[in-house]
Design a protein around this ligand. Structure first.
Ligand SMILES: Nc1ncnc2c1ncn2[C@@H]1O[C@H](COP(=O)(O)OP(=O)(O)OP(=O)(O)O)[C@@H](O)[C@H]1O
Ligand SMILES: [Mg+2]
Length: 233
């Protein structure tokens, strides 16, 4: 089983969109997929069509209030999901105050990983290196770094490599970078082509895969998300 986290500290680079489309694609291929929304914005949960009002979410799981299986929902297009909403953000201080707070998700997932033959866990992270992203890092076997072709996405990617080193030193965990992927690409803009090349060189320098095919900017993405669908549908 692979657990892939989508990480970039820079906001709006396509973490949630890439997570959603990866889930949709893998489910269509027949894989058993569990997606975890680690972002209190809850964008992904809403896009998956999950209404979190009054039901257990990731917050209750991390606080140890419900077992993980009570916060897993099923969606025909996207597979299984543990959703989040704004309440996760409100509980951040309490969650962070727990002993071993960065390991809470890994601990909570243990029974599911043992009982359910999942092929993939996908984790949508918030735009910050905070307790939620740290929890993702202690579950992830792999990381995808979505970037826009711009400086601040590049900075976000570089910050990830620093964190990857810390995880290695402090937790003895080797997280594989599955790839840097350029999103919302506009090939007719010169600076975007320049940053595409810089991101490619960064990947080469770090010896990590660079996904050569960029994802182009397309209004279809927002149309699909508004309909709780992926662009494939
Ligand atoms: N290829 C694309 N073409 C057009 N719009 C896109 C594309 N990818 C993402 N978007 C849109 O760009 C916005 C940001 O994308 P998304 O929410 O996936 O980024 P994010 O990195 O998860 O953001 P955050 O850091 O806030 O969680 C969204 O409105 C999304 O619908
Ligand atoms: Mg997001």
């Amino acid at each position: 089983m692979k657990a892939i986290a989508f990480i970039n500290q820079k906001g709006g680079v396509g973490k949630s969109t890439t997570t959603l489309h990866t889930a949709s694609y893998l489910v269509k291929k027949g894989y058993k997929v569990l997606t975890i929304d680690l972002d209190p914005q809850g964008n992904l949960s809403k896009a998956f069509g999950i209404n979190t009002d009054g039901v257990p979410t990731l917050k209750e799981v991390l606080l140890g209030e419900v077992p993980v299986n009570q916060a897993i929902y099923s969606s025909a297009d996207f597979g299984y999901v543990i959703p989040s909403d704004i309440e996760l953000g409100q509980a951040e201080k309490t969650i962070s105050g727990n002993f071993g707070a960065e390991g809470l998700l890994a601990l909570a997932l243990e029974p599911i990983i043992e009982q359910v033959p999942l092929d993939y866990i996908l984790i949508d992270c918030p735009p910050a290196f905070n307790i939620f992203t740290y929890n993702a890092l202690l579950v992830a076997t792999d990381v995808v770094i979505p970037c826009k072709a711009e400086q601040w996405s590049l900075d976000g990617a570089e910050q990830f490599f620093a964190i990857q080193e810390l995880v290695k030193k402090r937790f003895k965990r080797n997280i594989n970078v599955a790839g840097i992927v350029v999103n919302q690409f506009q090939s007719n803009i010169t600076t975007q082509k320049m940053f595409y090349d810089i991101l490619k060189q960064t990947a080469e320098k770090r010896n990590v895969p660079f996904i050569a095919q960029p994802i182009r900017l397309s209004t279809d993405v927002n149309t699909a998300i508004g309909m709780c669908k992926s662009v494939f549908d």
